[in-house]
Every structure is written in structure tokens, then in C-alpha cells.
Write a protein that binds this ligand. Structure first.
Ligand code: SR1
Ligand code: MG
Length: 435
């Protein structure tokens, strides 16, 4: 292992230890800015570990005047245990991403107050009023600001870190800065792009109802080609600094504010992976919604909002991205001197539309991949998991798999975001054989 990687919180270095309450209290008390933000004596601070994600510890610390959130990486995958080691350096990449995203999309990520690479620790402002968006959507809550905020986040972080906005030298420095985050990329490469399509010990699904679909997906060569093309793009398209895990569990919301959290999977990858993640998770929220109904039709307004939000995410993202391209194109791609005069401007504008059509196609494909992994792979989500009756859950999941397969294999049928929402509406009315 290189000396650079060892310095990024290698647990064999003596400074790393898993922090427990007393230890964390003593550690935080050493930093006057943190202590004064919390207020009161360290002994009076309340500390609770609240992490419910797949990988890390998360502590909420509250004093007499304020609170903070402390995230510490564990040297293994929390969801699975010590048998699956994972580099602590992900905390370093999370810090790098958070600080870069804060510059590119101000106000849309939590403020970092402190970090310590050796302890694999990031201290952030406490988002006390916000909840994890996925939880809010399971409860059927509507978030009126979401489209506006998430599309600003996506357009700005993706455009402003791409070759359209930065010099080739700056872009390559960026790629290099995140290149060491390959263990986290490998998780995605395996869990999203490979395992759901093969027999893998960690896969699970709602059996027995989805057994036949899982088996069919393992034999479906059209699907295997499509997912492999997407995997190749994930491996070899460093288009922009992407969040890398932008599901609705990585977004915290109130009715008036949106914050994107948890960018530990960040690296330079394909833009459509982030946009697709947002759309996939909205589609799953839509198709899981009937499973949370206590009376038929009671979530209709919420479901209409979700579909409108899916359309808004793509159309507003595309509008903002193109606007940035027209005014902030300071990168080395598409040199201005090659597109001079009226004819040049018109041709460049046409080329922008071609670019967006290609990005839309990537978005649809990645979105489908993100849906399939949550139903047939290792890590599931509460949109489906909280539907108590397993057969009812399986109906929602089967519809989602049917939609996702079409989005991945029949990609030519999805020319616009309206085609996606239309297909989602249609599949909502489909009943699988077992239902
Ligand atoms: C083993 S980690 C499983 C999943 O959790 C994270 O949130 C990512 O989505 C990852 O794929
Ligand atoms: Mg996460």
C-alpha cells in the first residue's frame, strides 16, 4: 500500500480508534469552536449514535446552545460486519467532496466544521429540522422546494466540475484527487452492475413471489448487455465530480430546504449516474406508494406530486445545465474559436441538444440499474421494506422491475422524461401473475 493511502486513516496507524461516547466527548472538547457552538460544559452534552445507514457511525451531539453531527467511518461495512473490510479513506473523500460541493452549490450541502483523516471523522452542522427524504416520502410527504434545489445541486456540481467548465489541467487534478476512492467505486461496480444479474450469496428478494423474475434476470442476455454497457460507462467516463450515491437516503429535507449529504462514494464518473439515482428513487417511491395505502387512493395527491417531480428533475436540470453551458463555458471542451459567427453559434446550440439527448439516455439506463439493485441485490430500501405484507411488497417490486427492465433494454422507447412517467403510470396498473 502506498504511503499516501496509509496516511488516509489506515486503522493500523495508532491514532484511529472507534469512538465511543466518552472518547468523543473528550475529543470534541478540545476544539474551542465546537465547544462554543455546543455551549455548556462537555459533561452536559448529550451524545447519541443514530446511524442507520449501511456503512458508518453517526453521532448527534447537543449542548445548551446548539448541536453538531459527527460521522465516523468504520473499517468495515456496518451492514455486513467485520468480515467485509472497507478503507477508512472514504472519510477523506467525503470531506473533499463536501467542501468542493459547498463551493459549487452553496447552501445545498451541510457545512463542515471539522475533519480528521486519521480518525476518519467529519463534524458537520446539525440539520435538526430536516429529515431523510426517503422517510418523508414513505409517510407521503410532499416537498415543494425539492425540484428547485436538487436540480441546482445537480446542474452546478456536474457542469462546473466538467470539461465544459474547467481546464483540462484542473479536471485531471480533480480526477487524481478522487482516484484513490476505488474501493467505494468497487462496491457500486459489484452491487449495482454485476450481482443482481448473477447468483451472489448476498442477493435477496421478496421470495417466493420474485423468485421467477430474479431467475429470469439472471438468464436475460439483453439485460446483461445493457447493464454491462452501463458498467463500462461507470468505469471509464470521468465526466464530472459525481456524488456517487445520490438516493433519497442521501438527501435531507424540510418543506423549505434541501441538503445533500453522504458523498463518500464521490469520484469523477458519468453525470447520468447521479441524475439517474434521483429519478430511480423517485420512481421507487411512486411504485411503492400503493403498498403504504391504508385506504384506496389516499396517497393520490402525493403520487401525482412524485410524477411531476420526476419530470421536473429532468427538465429543470436540463434547463439549468444548458444555461450554465451558455454563460459559464470556460473549459477546454468545445473551443469558442471553432464556433464563431451566427452559423457557429447555431451549430453549437444544436450540439448542446445532442449532448443532452445522450445524457438523458445515460440517465434512464442508470436509473433502471439503481432500481434493480434495490430489489434483487444486497442493499434494499425502506420504500419497499416497510410494506409489511410481503406479497403486497412483491407486487410493488415486480412492477418496478418490469419498468426498470424496459428502461434498460428498450431505451429507444424512452425519448423524453414524459415517456418515463407515462410508463411508470402504466406499470402501476399492471398485475403480476402471482397477484
Ligand atoms: C455495502 S454498502 C451498500 C450500499 O450502501 C450505500 O448507501 C451504497 O448505496 C451502497 O451500494
Ligand atoms: Mg450513504
Amino acid at each position: 500500500m502506498s504511503s499516501q493511502r496509509r496516511s488516509l486513516a489506515d486503522p493500523r496507524q495508532s491514532e484511529y480508534r472507534i469512538l465511543h461516547e466518552a472518547d468523543l466527548r473528550d475529543y470534541l472538547a478540545k476544539f474551542p469552536e465546537i465547544a462554543s457552538r455546543l455551549g455548556g460544559s462537555p459533561a452536559s452534552w448529550s451524545i447519541s449514535e443514530v446511524g442507520d445507514g449501511n456503512l458508518n457511525l453517526v453521532f448527534i451531539v447537543k449542548g445548551t446552545t446548539g448541536g453538531i453531527a459527527v460521522k465516523q467511518a468504520l473499517p468495515y461495512v456496518r451492514l455486513v460486519g467485520e468480515s467485509w473490510p472497507l478503507p477508512l479513506s472514504r472519510s477523506h473523500y467525503e470531506y473533499l467532496a463536501l467542501t468542493h460541493q459547498a463551493q459549487l452549490a452553496p447552501g445545498l450541502v451541510p457545512a463542515v466544521l471539522h475533519h480528521n483523516d486519521a480518525l476518519a471523522l467529519v463534524v458537520m452542522e446539525l440539520l435538526e429540522l430536516h429529515i431523510i427524504m426517503r422517510k418523508g416520502m414513505v409517510a407521503g410527504t410532499i416537498y415543494p422546494r425539492f425540484v428547485q434545489d436538487i436540480t441546482t445541486f445537480l446542474a452546478r456540481t456536474l457542469f462546473l466540475s466538467s470539461d465544459l467548465a474547467v481546464s483540462a489541467a484542473e479536471k485531471k487534478e480533480g480526477i487524481a484527487a478522487f482516484a484513490g476512492n476505488h474501493a467505494l467505486c468497487k462496491i457500486t461496480e459489484d452491487l449495482i452492475f454485476t450481482d443482481p444479474y448473477r447468483v451472489a450469496e448476498q442477493n435477496r428478494w421478496t421470495a417466493p413471489w420474485l423468485d421467477a423474475t430474479a431467475a429470469a434476470f439472471r438468464e436475460d442476455l439483453d439485460l446483461h448487455v445493457a447493464i454491462s454497457r452501463l458498467k463500462l460507462k461507470f468505469l471509464n467516463a470521468p465526466e464530472a465530480l459525481i456524488h456517487g450515491d445520490l438516493h433519497t437516503g442521501s438527501i435531507m429535507v424540510t418543506e423549505n430546504e434541501t441538503k445533500v449529504i453522504d458523498p463518500e462514494f464521490a469520484f469523477y464518473g458519468p453525470m447520468g449516474f447521479d441524475i439517474g439515482a434521483v429519478i430511480a428513487n423517485l420512481l421507487m417511491a411512486y411504485l411503492a406508494s400503493s403498498g403504504h395505502e391504508r385506504a384506496p387512493g389516499e396517497r393520490r395527491a402525493f403520487e401525482a406530486w412524485v410524477l411531476g417531480t420526476i419530470e421536473g428533475v429532468w427538465t429543470e436540470f436540463a434547463r439549468k445545465f444548458l444555461e450554465l453551458w451558455r454563460i459559464e463555458a470556460k473549459g477546454d471542451a468545445y473551443p469558442v474559436m471553432l464556433f464563431e459567427g451566427e452559423a457557429g453559434a447555431a451549430r453549437l446550440e444544436a450540439e448542446r441538444q445532442v449532448y443532452m439527448a445522450r445524457l438523458f439516455e445515460d440517465t434512464v439506463g442508470f436509473s433502471a440499474a439503481k432500481i434493480i439493485r434495490r430489489i434483487l441485490g444486497l442493499a434494499h430500501n425502506i420504500d419497499f421494506e416497510l410494506i409489511e405484507d410481503p406479497k403486497r411488497r412483491a407486487v410493488c417490486e415486480a412492477r418496478s422491475l418490469r419498468l426498470a427492465r424496459a428502461m434498460m433494454v428498450d431505451v429507444a422507447l424512452f425519448r423524453s422524461i414524459g415517456d418515463v412517467t407515462k410508463a411508470a403510470r402504466k406499470v402501476r396498473g399492471w398485475r403480476p401473475d402471482f397477484a
